[in-house]
Design a protein. Structure first.
Length: 312
C-alpha cells in the first residue's frame, strides 16, 4: 500500500464514531514507535510534520522515513500530513514533495484573507490529488513556529463555518473549542472543559464534514513525574482531559493532533535511562528507551481516546 489521503479515513471515522490520531514526527524513532503501535492495533494513522520538524530533519528525510513505515506495514493506511503550513508556498512545496495532506493555517489573518489563501491551497492541492485542512479560530499556546498568547485566542464562530468551507473547498476544518498547544495548556486549579456547544453547532451546520482538534495532548502525569524524578523541572504541565477528547471523537471530530505527549514520553525514557546507566553513551540505548514510552503512549491513545483500534 502506498501513502494515502485522509478522505476515506475520515469518512469511516465520522460514520464509526472514532477519530484518527495525527501524531507529529521528528525522527526515525518516533516514526517507528507510532507505526509499530498502529500496526499492532490495526489502526489507521496520520504522521504529520510541523515547520520545526521539517527544519530539524528535512522534509525529504521525513518522507523517506514514513515511506519505510508504509513498506513495513502495508496492512494499515498511513497518511503524511503537513501541520500548520504558514502560506501557499509552504503548502505547495509539500504537495510537490509527496505529502498526501496539507494544512494551511491562515487563522491569524482576517476572515477574507484566510478564505483566499485557503482557497488557493485547496485548488492547487486538489489538482495534485492532495487533501487540505484549514483552521477557523485561534488556539493559544506554543508549538514550534506557532505562538499565540492566551488573550488573543479565539473560539471558532459557528456562523462563519458554512461560508468558509463553501468558498474555500477545503476537505476538513480545524476549530478552536478550548484545546491549546504545548504542555502548559491550563493553569493549576482550573477545571479544563472543551466547548462542546461550539463543536455541536459546527457539526449541525456542516453535517458529515470532518472536524479537527489541534493542541490535544493530555500531558500524562506519570511521564511528567518520571521526568521530574530524574532531573527535569516541568512545573504545572496540564493537558486536555482524555474523557473529553473521547467524547469529541465520538462526534464530528475525525482527526486529533497529538505532539507534546510524545515529547514527554521520549524525554522520560531518556532521562530515566541516563540516571540508571550513567556509563552509557550509545544513543541506541537511551533513545530506544524513549521510543518504548512513545509507543506505549500511542497505543494508549488509539485504544482509550481515539477508538481507532481494529479500524484499518
Amino acid at each position: 500500500m502506498a501513502l494515502v489521503t485522509t478522505t476515506e479515513m475520515f469518512k469511516k471515522a465520522y460514520d464509526g464514531g472514532y477519530a484518527i490520531g495525527a501524531f507529529n514526527v521528528n525522527n526515525m524513532e518516533i516514526v517507528q514507535a507510532i507505526t509499530e503501535a498502529a500496526a499492532e492495533l490495526k489502526s489507521p494513522v496520520i504522521l504529520q510534520a510541523s515547520a520545526g520538524a521539517r527544519k530539524y530533519a528535512n522534509s525529504v528525510y521525513l518522507k523517506k522515513l514514513v515511506e519505510a513505515a508504509v513498506e513495513l506495514y502495508p496492512e494499515i493506511p498511513i497518511a503524511l500530513h503537513l501541520d500548520h503550513g504558514a502560506d501557499f508556498n509552504v503548502c505547495k512545496e509539500c504537495v510537490d514533495g509527496g505529502f498526501t495532506s496539507v494544512m494551511i493555517d491562515y487563522s491569524s489573518h482576517s476572515f477574507e484573507e484566510n478564505i483566499e489563501e485557503s482557497r488557493r491551497v485547496a485548488e492547487y492541492a486538489h489538482e495534485h490529488g492532495v487533501v487540505v485542512e484549514a483552521e477557523l479560530g485561534t488556539l493559544a499556546g506554543i508549538e514550534d513556529a506557532v505562538k499565540v498568547d492566551a488573550d488573543k485566542a479565539m473560539f471558532t464562530d459557528p456562523d462563519e463555518v458554512e461560508e468558509f468551507v463553501r468558498r474555500t473547498g477545503v476537505d476538513s476544518l480545524a476549530i478552536a473549542i478550548g484545546t491549546s498547544h504545548g504542555a502548559y495548556k491550563f493553569k493549576p486549579g482550573t477545571d479544563p472543559k472543551l466547548r462542546f456547544d461550539v463543536l455541536e453547532e459546527v457539526a449541525r451546520r456542516l453535517p458529515g464534514f470532518p472536524i479537527v482538534l489541534h493542541g490535544s495532548s493530555s500531558v500524562p502525569q506519570e511521564y511528567v513525574k518520571i521526568i521530574n524524578a530524574h532531573g527535569g523541572a516541568l512545573k504545572d504541565a496540564i493537558g486536555v482531559p482524555e474523557d473529553q477528547l473521547r467524547k469529541a471523537a465520538a462526534g464530528a471530530v475525525c482527526k486529533i493532533n497529538i505532539d507534546s505527549d510524545l515529547r514527554l514520553g521520549m524525554t522520560a525514557g531518556i532521562r530515566e535511562h541516563f540516571v540508571a546507566h550513567p556509563d552509557h553513551f550509545d544513543p541506541r540505548q537511551y533513545i530506544g528507551d524513549g521510543r518504548k514510552y512513545v509507543k506505549d503512549i500511542v497505543a494508549h491513545k488509539i485504544t482509550m481516546v481515539l477508538g481507532s483500534d481494529g479500524k484499518a
